[in-house]
Write a protein that binds this ligand. Structure first.
Ligand code: ZN
Length: 241
């Protein structure tokens, strides 16, 4: 299970697109989030830190500088305010927002703060497992050249080819059974596709005289979902009883 999202594949994160107007520089007000406008407190910290190019458009930032602006970890910098040098904490804007609002219970803040913050929080794919829900250790295991998430994302016919080309004598019975089942699924898919295609072409296909559907769970799906043509033809074929 992915430790970052707890196995959900998705997690709350900051809406970066809403945070930034990438066509502007920091001096032009590139950060839309309140408090970062030119002259505001947070903007002053960025400006006085000396770490960022305040005149370059965000879209033109090199990756390293962009990562610092967005995700930079907290660090102490010496800045001058009112002629005095003081130490303050510089932190990337998304990093700071995440630590302050996403990793904490938003209900602990005032209604006004919640209303301001909520639009900037979105549910998106987990950045560690990319939605696979698996831990880095599980994703590190390869079957052939693929990890389990990549195999899971494949179309069935593509997966059949991968299974067919695997060389693992010790797992031969399992691979043979798997290939057989996947091939069977492909056959069913082909028949359904032909039926729907022909139906749209107004010429109905002959009944599934030799439909190989014998799996009762699959029959139940057809019947429960009330696919009239398919259901009727399969039942009439007498092959699924
Ligand atoms: Zn995850």
């Amino acid at each position: 299970m992915c430790p970052e999202c707890g196995g959900l594949g998705r997690k709350l994160g900051a809406n970066t697109e809403l945070f930034l107007d990438e066509s502007k520089s920091l001096n032009e007000g590139a950060i839309r989030y309140p408090g970062y406008g030119p002259g505001n407190w947070e903007w002053n910290i960025l400006n006085e830190s000396g770490l960022l190019d305040m005149d370059r458009k965000i879209a033109d930032y090199p990756k390293e500088e962009r990562d610092l602006l967005l995700y930079g970890k907290a660090r102490t910098v010496s800045v001058k305010f009112g002629g005095k040098a003081i130490n303050i904490t510089f932190e990337g804007i998304i990093e700071k927002f995440t630590n302050k609002y996403i990793k904490k219970d938003l209900n602990g803040y005032s209604a006004g703060t919640q209303k301001t913050v909520e639009p900037y929080i979105v549910m998106g794919p987990c950045n560690l497992c990319n939605g696979s829900r698996l831990s880095p250790q599980a994703l590190g295991v390869k079957i052939g050249n693929y990890n389990i998430a990549e195999l899971q994302a494949m179309e069935v016919d593509e997966l059949v080819e991968v299974i067919r080309n695997l060389s693992a004598p010790e797992a031969e019975p399992i691979l043979a059974a798997l290939e057989s089942r996947l091939t069977h699924l492909c056959d069913i898919g082909d028949r359904l596709h032909k039926t729907i295609t022909n139906r749209r072409g107004r010429k109905l296909p002959p009944p599934f005289a030799k439909c190989p559907v014998t799996d009762t769970a699959m029959q139940k799906v057809f019947v429960d979902r009330k696919l009239p043509l398919i259901e009727t033809q399969i039942v009439e074929s007498g092959e699924i009883t």
